[in-house]
Design a protein around this ligand. Structure first.
Ligand code: P6P
Length: 349
């Protein structure tokens, strides 16, 4: 779709902003009120502010630990706190947002009553432990609708704990060599690059498709000894001449590792480990948004057994194993896991 000529006639401009892209997308939905694009503009505003802070981290003394730990016992980085506050402020100005939930907040925050029909859940700065060594970090977000029909001040947590398949939108911003925002509203995956000279996210790629296969795996092999046997056998196979062999790439920042997988294909795995028997990554604000994007790009995302988007969350900060990437690669891991689970069951039986 040549967007430049779909927005009120021809334009001499050679770029399309994210806000314009969202509005052009919403034109496909006659019932769209524009409220959704107003909400997403809150996210792009926060992303531009966070990007400026991340890029000047060394200068404006926001590097390093804030001296506090978050509810997970993880050292809070100053930029974590600044990013969380930025998202709260920018989204707080969107009158259609009723509830915010964040990795940095113990509980969901109700910011409006029944008028606020949207819920926004986010990881304000994923991979923040990498900040001090100048490795890419990112913001991850998911948008849900709140059932305000029976709004009676019910427990906001009940509104928030929805399976990923209910997401209205999801995306991430990766603060890397450039700042790139990738989002989906269920009509494909679209990518925008922040152009500092314009101060806006401009369209870089529409309808991004993940390659069907990819001979690249991304996993922290330091946890090898506690991986499930099926994962170990898959990785061993990847290293054989018969398989390729595959290339290994691991940055240790989910958004950066997934961004590469989305564009190049391959697979990212964070399996259960002895330190994190339920997996390390969070279902609500890491795995679900990433899984929505992966599926919309033709990829797949499971916990090794079950589709991520079908998982019914029991708590806001629950963790999950994550296997995400090219469809063919994820299915190969599932096959190895199924085969070895059957063998292990036989041995146990
Ligand atoms: P490990 C960053 O701390 C993070 O939450 C994700 O961004 C990343 O994928 C993962 O943890 C890295 O974990 O145990 O390999 O350092």
């Amino acid at each position: 779709m040549d967007l430049e000529h779909n927005i009120d006639g021809p334009s001499n401009r050679r770029f399309v902003t994210m806000e314009e892209h969202i509005i052009s997308q919403q034109r496909n939905h006659p019932t769209a009120t524009g409220g959704f694009s107003w909400l997403l503009s809150g996210i792009t505003l926060a992303a531009r502010i966070i990007s400026a802070k991340v890029r000047r981290a060394g200068i404006i003394e926001v590097l390093g630990e804030a001296g506090d730990v978050n509810l997970h016992g993880e050292q809070q980085q100053k930029l974590d706190i600044l990013s969380n506050r930025t998202l709260e402020e920018c989204l707080g100005f969107r009158e259609n947002v009723g509830i915010l939930a964040s990795e940095e907040l113990d509980e969901p925050k109700v910011i409006r009553g029944s008028r606020g029909k949207y819920i926004v859940i986010f990881d304000p700065l994923d991979g923040s432990s990498n900040i001090d060594v100048n490795v890419s970090v990112g913001t991850i977000f998911a948008v849900y609708e709140r059932d305000t029909s029976n709004f009676n001040g019910s427990d906001p947590l009940m509104d928030v704990l929805q399976p990923g398949v209910k997401q209205l939108a999801a995306g991430y911003i990766v603060y890397g060599s450039s700042t790139v925002l990738t989002y989906t509203t269920g009509e494909g995956v679209h990518m925008f690059t922040l152009d500092p000279s314009v101060g806006a996210f401009v369209l870089a790629q529409e309808h991004v498709k993940m390659p069907e296969t990819g001979k690249m795996f991304s996993v922290n092999e330091g946890n090898w000894n506690s991986f499930p046997r099926g994962v170990q056998e898959y990785l061993k196979w990847c290293k054989t001449k018969e398989a390729g062999p595959y290339t290994a790439r691991y940055i240790g920042s989910l958004v950066a590792d997934f961004h590469r997988t989305l564009l190049r294909g391959g697979i990212f795995l964070y399996p259960p480990t002895s330190k994190a028997p339920k997996g390390k990554l969070r279902l609500m604000y890491e795995a679900n948004p990433i899984a929505f994007l992966a599926e919309q790009a033709g990829g797949k995302a499971t916990d090794g057994k079950q589709r991520i988007l079908d998982k019914q969350p029991e708590s806001l900060h629950e963790r999950t194993p994550l296997v995400v990437g090219s469809k063919g690669e994820v299915e190969l891991v599932e096959e190895f896991m199924h085969r070895h689970a059957a063998q292990e069951a036989l041995v146990e039986g």
